[in-house]
Design a protein around this ligand. Structure first.
Ligand code: ADP
Ligand code: MG
Length: 292
């Protein structure tokens, strides 16, 4: 494209909340045939709310919420905010935590009132050699409702679970439909549980799900599609997504997300609305037409 047509596309984009960082993004977008999207904060609002508390092993619901929220005070994950706010809303007091540890892509652990407490996903339980027991089935049912489940273990035994729901953004279904209309393959990429991810994907008619990926594996997933000869755009909002955004042929950051994501992407959608990708592709096609 000519410098002039790049300037025009950049200007028009800015006017509609699509910020291009470089000419390469404008030139490549029209060639994209696969869109890989992060789930939390990109397809969904990214503001999960605590919706279920299931106690077990003689614990009470308030204790489960209290222990979970106490641990999560030390985490910056959106799930942590949901649990802490849920405790506040229920009037449950929090305790101090010692020896806090964050296990990326798995959960959190620490000592509360002299007890060893663990909160996180099935992988975290497995690593601690704790069996979920009957809570495992409860978790399965909740995941099929698109909820994210966190297990709570105290001193090596199951104490309950908490579940959060993160609503799909109002603009997401229309955006996915429009991208499908352009013949793009849409793939969800998430650290969340497979069943939860598939429940969300089914509601959006997403073509493929890559779930339970650790943050450092997100870029590898993008590479795998590229190795198949696909031209890949990756859309995401989190620090976790930054390497995958940088790796993709075009990285697309949500303006509602983290600065790190925006710095790693060629395009930023100011309002965090995926419909911007359809508009961005139109600008890309128009800019490239000018050279022929
Ligand atoms: P993504 O941002 O793609 O949804 P993450 O890699 O951040 O995924 O997290 C993956 C999973 O790890 C979460 O779904 C959750 O089960 C678990 N997890 C991560 N952080 C926490 C936390 N602070 N508390 C509880 N569970 C967590
Ligand atoms: Mg996210």
């Amino acid at each position: 494209a000519t410098p002039m047509s790049i300037m025009v596309a950049t200007g028009k984009g800015a006017g509609m909340g699509v910020l291009f960082r470089n000419a390469e993004a404008i030139e490549t977008l029209r060639k994209v045939d696969t869109l890989v999207v992060d789930k939390t904060g990109t397809l969904t609002e990214g503001r999960p709310r605590l919706v279920d508390v299931v106690p077990a092993g003689g614990f009470e619901a308030a204790e489960v919420v209290g222990l979970a929220a106490s641990l999560e005070q030390g985490s910056e994950h959106p799930l942590a905010a949901a649990v802490v706010e849920g405790a506040k809303a229920r009037g449950v007091a929090l305790d101090p935590v010692s020896g806090f540890e964050s296990h990326t892509g798995k959960g959190v652990s620490g000592e509360v009132r002299g007890r060893k407490v663990l909160l996180g996903n099935a992988r975290l339980l497995e690593e601690a050699a704790i069996e979920p027991g009957p809570l495992g089935e409860k978790a399965g049912a909740m995941r099929r409702e698109a909820k994210t489940v966190m297990f709570l273990a105290v001193d090596g035994r199951m104490a309950g679970l908490v579940a959060v729901a993160d609503p799909i953004k109002e603009t997401t279904p229309g955006a996915i439909a429009a991208l499908h209309g352009e013949g793009l393959r849409v793939v969800m990429l998430t650290g969340d549980n497979r069943a939860t991810a598939e429940a969300v994907a089914a509601r959006l008619a997403i073509d493929e799900v890559v779930a339970e990926v650790l943050p450092e594996q997100k870029a590898e997933a993008v590479e795998r599609f590229q190795a198949q000869g696909r031209v890949v755009a990756m859309a995401g909002d989190g620090i976790n997504d930054a390497p995958a955004l940088a790796r993709a042929d075009v990285g697309i950051a949500m303006g509602t997300g983290t600065d790190v994501a925006m710095e790693s992407a060629g395009v930023t959608l100011v309002k965090g609305d995926l419909t911007g990708i359809v508009r961005a592709r139109k600008l890309s096609r128009a800019a490239m037409r000018n050279i022929k």
